[in-house]
Design a protein. Structure first.
Length: 405
């Protein structure tokens, strides 16, 4: 099948648009942009759609199988477009996905929550394929959108695709953590890349009353939530809206955990052993659920790793990012209590359990009941209202590979 017809004549794209409208993600003011800005026009011939169920990526090549390529482009799935910061070669998936096309439902959900008005100026952090910058430019017009990406090759490819579509945002190569001061002040800052620390530059470059919309998360795992922060002078404050998962800004990636190094520092045979009545069903809630995000808010400087279940057993590991402490809980089918090991100065399982009980005692609040306050002194998370219950999220415990700028 060859698609030379108008883009909305593709059955898959029609179905995608219908789904986005029915779920409320695509609002009427953004519908003309969806109709005009085709995701497929921003995708490379060779790409890797991501399976949200299996957690794997498949290779799709437009030159070999155009039907499969368009089916993936018109599906509500994330698509990896670069591996290993561009060092990857070949057709098979690489080790680390480093640029992608986000799920259409996520893209248009972010655009909806951005509450764009005519005449606004927007900074788009994380150019990627260029689709989001293209959508913003279609809505706001030329001269209103600046998009920045740290990867020169990614940025150049996006610029070419945008120009081909007659869309001309200002395309900048640079570290998104620094924003782009030359185009400030902005009415909106939209990040389609995750952060662990809200960059001070974004606050400085946003006008009073402007909005920063960004996926934010801790070092605990891949669980992020969209933070919608309103700038008030040198402070940005606002709620989280929903769980998401995003690639992290390169300067804020988590460092690689060396499991063997932790076990060498505190061998399993020397660890303190105990049990817990907390069940796997209660604790291992899966992706895009509230609990992992909340535990990250309440247990600083900790990384969780949930292993695959084998022969009815699932270990869940916890690694301190401030020293070499570790913990492991082993859930087994058919056993009432799970075995727990803890080693090092920190009692990580005790910290995680305390955080879990704190969450349960408050009625298991969802992500949208939490929020974030950011100023020059750091970041504070809060429940329901900053004045009600808040606590510091230590910048030094976020587990980033490089220190914040």
């Amino acid at each position: 099948m060859k698609y030379d017809a108008p883009l909305m004549d593709r059955p898959g794209r029609k179905e995608l648009g219908r789904y986005l409208m029915e779920t409320g993600v695509l609002t009427s003011d953004w519908a003309p942009t969806f109709a005009a800005v085709d995701r497929a026009a921003f995708l490379p011939d060779l790409m890797w759609p991501y399976d949200m169920t299996t957690g794997g990526s498949a290779t799709v090549d437009k030159r070999k199988d155009p039907d499969a390529w368009y089916a993936a482009a018109d599906d509500n799935v994330p698509i990896v477009t670069q591996w290993d910061d561009g060092a990857h070669r070949g057709t098979e998936p690489g080790k680390l996905s480093t640029s992608s096309s986000s799920m259409p439902s996520v893209v248009y959900g972010l655009l909806r929550d951005l509450t764009i008005e005519e005449g606004m100026r927007v900074l788009d952090v994380g150019t990627g394929t260029g689709e989001t910058a293209g959508a913003l430019t279609h809505r706001l017009g030329r001269g209103k959108v600046t998009t920045v990406d740290v990867d020169r090759a990614v940025s150049a490819a996006a610029r070419e695709r945008l120009c081909r579509q007659g869309l001309h945002p200002q395309v900048v190569v640079g570290d998104g953590f620094e924003g782009h001061a030359a185009g400030a002040p902005y009415d909106r800052v939209l990040a389609t890349v995750g952060v662990r620390r809200i960059p001070p530059a974004w606050i400085r470059q946003t006008r009073p009353g402007g909005v920063i919309l960004v996926p934010w998360g801790t070092a605990y795992g891949n669980a992020d939530a969209v933070a919608r922060l309103t700038v008030q002078g040198e402070t940005a404050v606002g709620p989280f809206t929903r769980p998401v998962e995003f690639m992290k800004l390169r300067s804020q990636r988590g460092r690689v955990i060396d499991h063997d190094a932790y076990l060498s520092a505190g061998p399993l045979n020397d660890a303190d052993r105990g049990t817990t009545s907390l069940t796997e069903e209660e604790f291992v809630t899966g992706r895009l659920t509230d609990l992992p995000f909340v535990l990250g808010l309440r247990v600083p400087g900790c990384r969780q790793a949930v292993a695959d279940k084998r022969e009815g057993a699932r270990p869940v590991w916890f690694y301190s990012l401030t020293d070499m402490s570790w913990a492991c809980v082993l859930f087994r089918e058919g056993q009432r209590d799970a075995v727990v090991w803890q080693s090092g100065r920190r009692r990580l399982w005790d910290e995680v359990t305390d955080a879990y009980l704190w969450w349960k005692n408050r009625g298991s609040p969802g992500v949208s009941r939490f929020g974030l306050s950011v100023d020059a002194h750091g970041q504070q998370a809060w429940l329901d209202d900053p004045a009600y219950e808040s606590w510091t999220v230590p910048l030094g415990s976020l587990g980033m590979k490089a220190p914040p700028h």
